[in-house]
Write a protein that binds this ligand. Sequence first.
Ligand SMILES: Nc1nc2c(c(=O)[nH]1)N[C@H]1C(S)=C(S)[C@@H](COP(=O)(O)OP(=O)(O)OC[C@H]3O[C@@H](n4cnc5c(N)ncnc54)[C@H](O)[C@@H]3O)O[C@H]1N2
Ligand code: MOO
Length: 730
Amino acid sequence: MTPRHPRDGDPLDREVDEALALANESPPQGPEPPGTVSEEDWADAALSLANDRPAQPTRGRGPGDTDGPRDIDGTRDADGPRETGATDGTGHTGATDGTGRTGATDGTGRTGATDGTGRTGATDGTGHTGATDGTGHTGATADTADPARTDWVEAALDLARETAEEPAVVLDAQGHVRRRPEVYSRSRSSGSPTAEGTGTKGTRSRAPAHQAPTPHPQSHPKRTPGAPTPRTGAPTPHPHPSMNPPPPSPTSWPDARAIAARAAVKEAAHAAPVMRPLSDALGQVLAAPLAALTDLPPFDTSAMDGWALSGPGPWRLPPGTEGQDQQGILAGHGGTASLPDGHAVRIATGARVPSGATAVLRSEYGTDAGGGWLHASAAHPVVLGQDIRTRGQECRSGDQLLPAGTLVTPAVLGLAAAAGYDALPTVRRPRVEVLVLGDELLTEGLPHDGRIRDALGPMVGPWLRALGAEVLATRRLADEAEAVYAAVAESSADLVVTTGGTAAGPLDHVHPTLRRLGAELLVDGVAVRPGHPMLLARLARKSREGQENQEDQEGQEGQEDQEDQEDREHAPKNAATPERPSRPARHLVGLPGNPLAAVSGLLTLAEPLLRTLTGRPAPDPGPAPLAEAVQGHPRDTRLVPVVFRQDAAVPLRFNGPAMLRGIAVADGLAVIPPGGAKRGAEVDVLDLPWSASAAGQPGHPDQARHPDQARQRTGQAVDGEDISPQEGPA
Ligand SMILES: Nc1nc2c(c(=O)[nH]1)N[C@H]1C(S)=C(S)[C@@H](COP(=O)(O)OP(=O)(O)OC[C@H]3O[C@@H](n4cnc5c(N)ncnc54)[C@H](O)[C@@H]3O)O[C@H]1N2
Ligand code: MOO
């Protein structure tokens, strides 16, 4: 397709523009205008209001201009309160005001949850706004508000207000909701991971968790606009007693990543390195530092075709060797006689320089003067040592060339071969099995009869492979408790990754399976959007003895025997094989079924876990400035696909939990803190396994972050090319 605003410049820019335009539904001005309410919906618009972010324009939509994903996802991607609120009871989502405009605006440019009257949403039901600016334009009122929506907005504000000691939200003199940013951070740093069913509600402030939250506003006397939310220590009835009790409080996103990175430390230590021939080592990780087995170069070599010289000229050539067609000393030949002072001998590039030689004269700079004499041209006086690569110039035998944890790239293979290696000690690849849950999933053809294509089966395995795992299998399972239980119980993998079934619906079998298996839930829900139902569990491996007593475990037994045998075959011959104390645990990462939520789970839990198991160093993504403001969730981190343009991260619009269109063209996922990030704010960007820096040498601080930087780095490498003093300019 043709971009609407083709840019001058290189074809790469144009390609990126085209991809961006596609990913952004070809908006006339490229990516989403700053602050546009994305697919995440009306609910977030109201929460944004509660977070007191500036008014943000919303793109107008004509009547009948529907937004499929918004209609669908707005009602099913949200959590409980949002689901209520995002629906106006007419079958329209709250994101629509009935005029064809999206609901996040009141038509004045002010944001808020529109009620169809031109006024916006969060109301106390009295006609007074819950959070008004006093101008009548606000934010948060509706005389005619739908009761369900009112409920929801109250619930959202309640969440925003919920506090232990200090009010999370206060209204200022104008009635704007002001919040203290820190009270939204659900840091669990002091707590251990919550086991399923035993978790206490996480602290939302710095106050101790045992303090009672603020009562729901419906149980309050009406507030006067502008008045601060009253403090209270009284216990709070749940706002909707008919609802199920809330799930255990989620782990904060940074804590979840840290827990996942630590979860398999013991298992990583347990795994013996695997010796792989160079031909089979690409993409593996070095289990030990790469130390040179030889000097490089191993002997003094000629850098050019020409003559090896001894002392100042002119030089006498060996009798009978005059003429350009004489070969002299060739590469790959053994020792030659010493070169006496005042003599020269023809030599080829790479050939061993004879002892006594003090320089090499390139063939184009010397003249065979006849009579057995060689002269250097006056324009190229000979410098001592020129065009000789001296032994050990690059490294001495025993020098450490690369640290453990280095990714084996083609260049590493070349270096290892040059340094004398036939095989490399590599970290054993963790074995992973992917279980795709969902009766609604089709493996081919077009969606039909309520069934959709499985987007995760084709994606998750290769993604895990890119993270260094060996994927044993991707299996599609019926939504049956026994099938899920059997598959998890019998898996021999170090890591089982499930997709779907993490929530609490009737067919969500992951939690019940983990309960039956007595798994330890290290992470059960994460304060991140999308992806909040993701989980990480530790499962016991059945002991060898245990299996022998169980006939139905024979298959697994055989498989583990085979694994052990493979380990032994690959183990370094001279390496001391550590005694294995016991079979280590295995892990399960439960990815939510919504596809972008599953990606979020891959980067939040699977990546750190596999990083530990594969011995790779932690990436150091470093911050990047946002090209546009990004709305935040009030409590949770958001992960938003971005592309790098110039030096900034441009958020992509197709970032809904069920969408892959943004991530498919993204360079990374921006980490948006609770409350959102302004234009220009520096945010971390998680690399994708195939993005520029991730493909670079791990551990190198100057990894390129994006194409611009990659280009820069290449330029630096060329400019700074190491030209040895002995060789002279080529
Ligand atoms: N009452 C609540 N319901 C839900 C909540 C909640 O907090 N309370 N959270 C929602 C969120 S957020 C997510 S994410 C999902 C997670 O649910 P599951 O992990 O149990 O996933 P499923 O229900 O199986 O599927 C969700 C969604 O994703 C589609 N899906 C599943 N697998 C695939 C696949 N391989 N390829 C493409 N699409 C897939 C599935 O059809 C559903 O549309 O729970 C919400 N519910
Ligand atoms: O948004 Mo859910 O968190 O789709 O994963």
